[in-house]
Design a protein around this ligand. Structure first.
Ligand SMILES: NC(=O)c1ccc[n+]([C@@H]2O[C@H](COP(=O)([O-])OP(=O)(O)OC[C@H]3O[C@@H](n4cnc5c(N)ncnc54)[C@H](OP(=O)(O)O)[C@@H]3O)[C@@H](O)[C@H]2O)c1
Length: 350
């Protein structure tokens, strides 16, 4: 039987409390949250009460929790500019670490994390959760029916939500991470698109800041050329608009039909398929219900990390620093392109 891994939480904010802790608690045979550290200690103490962590395991600094021999791995939920120093410390004490997305605040930091991770045997993962969405496996299977793939449209747009609890965090309103909301949320969407279609090679993009609260540009409209497969597409992302319906879909066009991943209703993702090489030969729309996952990929992501840690095999990790580097690199390319009036920009590789 796989061991129960003891989790040390670093950064006991909203997402630690509302998503990570409940997800760990769903798997008591795999995880036990045993220690916590937070910059503001009172918040770690409140978190400890809910999580059942004893007082002497609420630490005063990062070194203490990293050095706790009873902690099997660190789960860090921090503003992205702190990820690099957390990785360095974890490697120093030989402790596996899961970090929340985006991989880093800058491309230079992201590059350093990938290099450090490549040089170490430790399991290190970036939690982007969308890489683990249940719709991906289903959609990949359907894509085999419509090939060759020619193009795609990814659209994720929605109304501004002024009461959004995440929006109120000061580090989001004054972002040190490139792209602000475009990297904070956009890496999820990029994880989905690249999981189905491969890497972006180059982009032409225009970005814009709609809301002062966003602290940086908060919408992107782009065209994309994919690497290796001749596919072209468009990538649109932003939830800073006036009243409109939430519309999240990825439509993939092949020579023999289309596959659409429909995520507008998060509680009921769908994969829709039309087969046929022309209107004359078009089949009926087929609609596939996606297996429900209320954690939206977080649970399978944690189980994937559990397997990598318990087998001490970092190659099992899907959301590796190298894979997630690409998602931040796409955001960096959007920003560079927009700063140059939509000029075509190659996406940085590593
Ligand atoms: N995968 C997803 O869908 C998803 C969703 C939401 C968030 N997240 C990620 O989860 C992480 C936390 O986000 P959140 O929404 O929970 O925000 P949050 O509530 O503001 O949590 C941020 C945490 O970082 C700490 N922190 C802030 N500035 C710090 C500093 N200068 N030094 C040390 N610690 C500092 C905060 O400590 P204080 O309590 O002292 O401020 C807090 O514990 C982020 O990486 C975010 O990207 C992921």
């Amino acid at each position: 039987m796989a061991p129960v891994l003891n989790v040390g939480i670093v950064g006991t904010g909203i997402f630690a409390r509302d998503r990570h802790l409940p997800s760990y608690q769903e798997y008591p045979n795999d995880f036990k949250v045993v220690a916590a550290f937070n910059r503001t200690k009172s918040k770690a103490q409140e978190f400890a009460k809910i999580a059942g962590i004893p007082d002497d395991k609420v630490y005063d600094n990062l070194d203490e929790i990293m050095n706790d021999k009873n902690v099997s791995f660190i789960d860090a939920l921090l503003p992205a500019q702190f990820n690099l120093s957390a990785v360095k410390k974890a490697i120093e004490v030989n402790k596996p670490i899961l970090l929340e997305k985006p991989i880093a605040a800058t491309m230079a930091q992201a590059r350093e994390i990938v290099q450090l991770s490549d040089a170490s045997d430790l399991p290190i993962a970036i939690a982007e959760n969308w890489l683990y969405l249940t719709c991906i496996k289903l959609a990949l299977k359907q894509l085999e029916r419509i090939g060759p793939i020619v193009a795609f449209t990814h659209n994720s747009t929605g109304p501004f939500v002024s009461t959004n609890k995440y929006l109120a965090t000061s580090w989001r309103q004054n972002p040190e991470h490139i792209g602000g909301f475009l990297s904070d949320g956009g890496v999820h969407q990029l994880a989905l698109v690249t999981a189905l279609l491969g890497e972006f090679e180059s982009v032409s993009a225009l970005t814009k800041q709609v809301r002062p609260e966003s602290g940086a540009d908060d919408i992107v409209f782009s065209t994309v050329k994919m690497r290796d497969n001749n596919v072209i597409g468009s990538f649109t992302y932003g939830s800073a608009f006036g009243a409109t319906e939430k519309s999240v879909f990825l439509k993939i066009y092949g020579k023999n039909g289309t596959v659409t991943v429909e995520l507008s209703d998060k509680t009921q993702p769908l994969v829709k398929v039309r087969i046929g090489d022309s209107i004359e030969n078009a089949g009926k729309e087929e609609i596939f219900q996606v297996e429900k996952d209320e954690s939206f990929g977080v649970n399978p992501e944690f189980l994937n990390f559990h397997e990598a840690v318990s087998k001490n095999d970092k190659s099992l990790i899907k959301s590796s620093p190298r894979a997630t580097f690409h998602h931040l690199a796409c955001v960096a390319a959007f920003l560079e392109s927009s700063a140059n009036n939509g000029k075509n920009v190659s996406v940085e590789t590593i």
